[in-house]
Design a protein around this ligand. Structure first.
Ligand SMILES: C[S@@+](CC[C@H](N)C(=O)[O-])C[C@H]1O[C@@H](n2cnc3c(N)ncnc32)[C@H](O)[C@@H]1O
Length: 204
């Protein structure tokens, strides 16, 4: 495929997901990434307590509530965003200890599914962006030990780059099974991928 054809495919793909999200009432096209992840890894099977980190503007939480209206969902973001019907909202920085404490207090039991689509604000320096968002991913991996039940699943965004090996090593220390996946709905020019981690080795 020549450069022009590639650009045409890219533009059409982006437009397709954008239009679909408007038609289906999702707050962002990110919804389709979660739908694809679930199609491939069946992450929602028997999952009741669900934590959605980096939830704003809310499309992942919308997908969850549409599929599982009775799920116990906590949607967390550093940025304020509009409430999603039947989901609980927590506005705060996930790096903050008190926010983590509030998350633990919210759930009476352990969480079945931890989702993190958190992405640090871009800085203009691509390597720094990879590291900043990678650190949020590492935080979610470490937090999994406190909050996930032993058969729980973590799905976390990261950008491929210098921090990838560190993330993989940490994830392998904590989980029995890890997979890396790039949804088709994720922009092809983006380094974004998701790590899917299953079954804690040593839950706390
Ligand atoms: C790509 S957006 C998430 C989109 C969302 N999954 C959806 O479907 O609508 C990334 C989000 O991560 C949030 N974020 C970044 N750093 C964070 C932090 N330290 N704590 C909580 N949220 C954070 C941003 O505010 C942003 O809303």
């Amino acid at each position: 495929m020549n450069k022009e054809s590639k650009n045409w495919v890219k533009q059409n793909k982006n437009e397709y997901y954008f239009k679909s999200s408007k038609l289906e009432g999702y707050r962002s096209r990110a919804a389709y990434k979660l739908i694809e992840i679930d199609k491939k890894f069946k992450i929602f099977q028997n999952k009741k307590n669900i934590l959605d980190l980096g939830a704003s503007p809310g499309s992942w939480s919308q997908v969850i509530k549409k599929k599982f209206p009775k799920s116990n969902l906590l949607s967390v973001d550093i940025k304020p965003f509009n409430k999603i019907k039947d989901a609980s909202l927590l506005i705060g920085d996930f790096n903050n200890k008190l926010v983590k404490k509030n998350i633990l207090n919210f759930f009476n039991s352990k969480v079945d599914l931890l989702l993190s689509d958190m992405a640090h604000n871009t800085t203009g320096n691509k390597n720094l962006d990879v590291i900043n968002t990678g650190e949020l991913c590492l935080e979610s991996i470490i937090f999994s030990q406190n909050i996930l039940n032993d058969k729980g699943i973590l799905v976390s965004k990261l950008f491929m780059g210098s921090i990838f090996d560190e993330i993989k090593i940490n994830a392998k220390e904590i989980f029995k099974e890890i997979k890396i996946f790039k949804p088709k709905s994720s922009k092809s020019e983006s380094k974004e991928v998701y790590i899917i981690c299953k079954d804690l080795k040593n839950p706390l």
